[in-house]
Design a protein around this ligand. Structure first.
Ligand code: UGA
Length: 445
């Protein structure tokens, strides 16, 4: 099929490239010349594992980029709206959705053949039906259902794993206004064999997306609350507690051969320094606001956010168990990004922790394999020294704080031993064994 993808952020670009890989003819549209130029030169404008390679093998064949939205709509059968929905502190800002929808509507006005518009941006339930459809009808002077189809197809892509999540989906959710829309949407996914497809309406599709992220965020805050309680009670390690919980056969089923299925959901059931990124904090908060606007108290999800907002300070509490203040202490921060595999610093717990330590006049050695350039945009402080390796960052420090579970940080105990170093190690992700270093503190202990 001929697909136009409107918006080449992380979701749009990954979707466009992957649909091209699946054999569709794709044009990615963005109003930023530089981004378009980069894509056409097979250079990914964002860091995402495997994206450069996949761009190289598709650009000039099945994939191109353009700033010309009008032409792209006329030369495609189906458009995927994947513009950003930034969070403005209270709710998501639909400005880009609105602007792009108007432009699509204008293009559809002169298009004779039937076209399908799919919303992929994460939007609160009701947006596709109550905002996108009326705008498309107004600007195209046509009728949804009769002249064009409108669907909602949420994405479930984890940063750092986006290509593999797209190519191996666990579900495909297709919201749509009618059968024709569903059929067209199903056709672009026809190359995905054996995947569960949910055919539903637009509002339910939008709700599935928010509910999925809210559940995962809830699991994390739940684990953190249990972790904090375990730590304050003393004599309990929340990691052991959660291991005991994981073995409930409703969470980790026992298979016929008596082996255990160990689902990856259990990694969201571990205490740590809190969730971050561009999705969980924003999506949960936007759903809370939407719920409140619709007379729901949203008490559980509000608690999820409150727990998460406070969680980075658990790290500071661990520091305070050992030091009265951090004035002139040398502290290594290992990991800046909100999770491994990405350079994304958005809402990373490291921001609150580093700012707090800097306020106390600590000297920070920071190291992250890929997020340092992004971090430099956030911290402009001469008390931060960016290092090029674990060993460089930990040399001569009083405290090491592990904040992102990059695999290479698992070597910290060995590096300390080999170099005869004995700092306090605070494990914000419970990623090293607690008895592997002589002075250990972890979340949940
Ligand atoms: C999340 C969802 O996992 C995706 O399904 C969804 O499509 C995406 O948001 C989105 O809405 O676009 P992402 O934000 O990339 O993806 O990150 P995750 O890997 O889920 O991590 C989110 C947070 O959970 C991180 O702060 C991470 O530290 C924490 N986490 C992650 C855990 O505590 N345990 C894990 O096993 C994985």
């Amino acid at each position: 099929m001929r697909i136009s993808v409107i918006g080449t952020g992380y979701v749009g670009l990954v979707s466009g490239v992957c649909f091209a890989e699946k054999g569709h003819e794709v044009v990615c549209v963005d109003n930023n010349d530089l981004i378009v130029e980069k894509i056409n030169s097979s250079i990914s404008p964002i860091y995402e594992k495997g994206l450069d390679e996949m761009l190289s093998s598709n650009v000039g064949k099945k994939l191109s980029a353009s700033t010309d939205l009008y032409k792209a709509i006329h030369e495609s059968d189906i458009s995927i709206l994947a513009v950003g929905t930034p969070y403005n502190g209270d709710e998501i800002d639909l400005k880009f959705v609105r602007d792009a929808t108007i432009q699509i509507g204008i293009a559809l006005r002169d298009k004779d053949s039937y076209h399908t518009v799919i919303v992929k941006s994460t939007v609160i339930p009701g947006t596709t039906d109550d905002l996108v459809i009326p705008l498309l009808e107004e600007y195209s002077n046509k009728e949804a259902g009769a002249d064009f189809g409108v669907g909602m197809n949420p994405e479930f892509l984890r940063e750092g794993e986006a290509i593999s999540d797209f190519m191996n989906p666990d579900r495909i959710v297709l919201g749509g206004i009618d059968e024709r829309t569903h059929d067209n949407m199903a056709e672009i996914y026809s190359g995905f064999i054996g995947v569960d497809i949910i055919l539903t309406n637009n509002k339910t599709a939008e709700m599935i997306k928010y509910t999925s992220n809210s559940l995962l965020a809830t699991l994390i805050s739940f684990s953190n609350e249990i972790g904090n309680l375990s730590a304050s009670l003393g004599g309990i390690d929340a990691l052991e507690v959660m291991n005991g919980v994981h073995l409930d056969k409703r969470i980790s089923p026992i298979l016929d051969d008596n082996k255990r299925l160990s689902p990856s959901i259990i990694s969201y059931l571990e205490p740590g320094c809190g969730f971050g990124g561009s999705c969980f904090p924003k999506d949960v908060k936007a759903l809370i606001t939407h719920g409140k606007n619709n007379s729901q108290k949203m008490s559980l999800l509000s608690a999820v956010i409150n727990i998460n907002d406070a969680q980075p300070y658990e790290i500071i509490n661990r520091v305070k168990r050992h030091f009265e203040n951090v004035n002139n202490l040398k502290i290594a921060i290992l990991g800046l990004a909100f999770k491994p595999g990405t350079d994304d610093m958005r809402e990373s717990p490291s921001i609150k922790i580093i700012n707090n330590l800097l306020k106390g006049n600590a000297m920070i050695n920071a190291y992250d394999p890929i997020a340092q350039d992004e971090a430099k945009k956030i911290f402009n402080n001469s008390n931060i020294n960016y290092c090029n390796s674990v060993i460089e960052s930990i040399d001569g420090t009083d405290i090491i704080i592990l904040l992102t579970s990059w695999p290479e940080f698992q070597d910290v105990p060995k590096i300390l031993k080999d170099n005869n170093l004995n700092p306090l190690v605070i494990d914000g992700r419970r990623m090293i064994q607690k008895n592997s270093v002589s002075r250990y503190e972890g979340i949940g202990i």
